[in-house]
Design a protein around this ligand. Structure first.
Ligand code: DIR
Ligand code: MN
Ligand code: MN
Ligand code: MN
Length: 299
């Protein structure tokens, strides 16, 4: 059993300031996974060349489009390569636009895989619906092939089907995104459903939707901002009213228990945004979510 750590210290438009992956590795994540019995492969953090803003002007209002495309394409190749060798890629980010790459890589190796997306946000804006122009608010629409096609992103295959993705934790969804979710019949469990049914039932319902026979490979993409800001303060776009520490870990444990996990993303840990105590807390939580998804049990 081999896990391949893909370190992606990438945040747009501020390349390199997001040191989340580096902090998680420095906090001992590799040793912790080895102690769980994994053989851990880590070739160092990806180096992404700086692209001058002048060479990468906005397309419409999309910020840093060429840089994001190039970086996510490299990540797709790395993740796909590990997955095809039978290794379990764990991508540490960094900007959630990276999931365009990680999920493309997973679907290249496992075309029938489903995606479980844990986030405060739906990240499903299109080039037309986005208000911010931030591509980390858009990766799901690119993977689904929604919205106008942007030639710079022609490498992204619309390989994900709307019935193969499910969300848990949403609470900050743009009006345009709500429309996109409805039009495409995409299943989402917001914090309202977590409150109403409890996390155990929500995870079961999410799996019933996206993986009814429990036989499809699972890609888990976990944005740390799904957690309440009191649990994970050091992230770019915190939203109050999020998952508790245990709810976040329960999701990871329950996905591990399926035996179907083939790829994991732990995204949006950003140590540049808070005081040292909050950074340490967020990095520690990030590491323990990864351990839970990779088989750590409480007993
Ligand atoms: C908003 C915020 N929906 C956007 N999205 C964020 O910019 O598209 N995603 N923060 O992580
Ligand atoms: Mn996200
Ligand atoms: Mn988010
Ligand atoms: Mn984001």
């Amino acid at each position: 059993l081999t896990v391949a750590i893909v370190g992606c210290p990438f945040r747009c438009p501020r390349v390199g300031v997001d040191q989340g992956p580096i902090h998680m590795v420095e906090a001992g994540l590799i040793k912790q996974l080895a102690e769980l019995g994994w053989t851990v492969k880590f070739d160092g953090h990806h180096q992404f060349e700086e692209v001058n803003a002048i060479d990468d002007p906005p397309i419409g209002i999309l910020k840093n489009p060429r840089l994001v495309s190039r970086v996510t394409q490299a990540v797709a190749e790395a993740v796909g390569g590990h997955a095809k060798k039978g290794e379990l890629p764990v991508t540490l980010g960094g900007d959630h636009s990276l999931a365009m790459g990680t999920i493309s890589g997973t679907l290249d190796a496992h075309p029938e895989a489903c995606v479980i997306w844990i986030d405060a946000h739906a990240d499903i804006n299109t080039a037309e619906s986005t208000d911010s122009g931030n591509i980390h608010g858009m990766p799901v629409s690119f993977l689904l092939g929604l919205g106008s096609k942007i030639p710079e992103f022609s490498w992204v295959k619309p390989a994900l089907k709307p019935e193969r993705i499910v969300y848990i934790g949403l609470r900050d969804v743009d009006a345009g995104e709500k429309r996109i979710l409805k039009e495409n019949n995409i299943k989402a469990f917001s914090m309202h459903e977590v409150d109403k049914y409890g996390i155990g039932k929500v995870v079961e319902m999410a799996l019933d939707h996206v993986n009814p026979d429990r036989k499809l490979p699972i890609h888990l993409s976990f944005d740390v901002d799904a957690l309440d800001p009191s649990v994970a303060p050091s992230t770019g776009t915190p939203v109050r009213g999020g998952l508790t520490f245990r709810e976040g870990h329960y999701i990871c444990e329950a996905i591990w228990e399926t035996g179907l996990l083939v790829a994991l993303d732990l995204m949006e840990v950003n140590p540049s945004l808070a005081d040292p105590e909050s950074v340490k807390q967020t990095v520690t939580v990030g590491c323990s979510l990864v351990r839970s998804a990779l088989g750590e049990t409480l007993l």
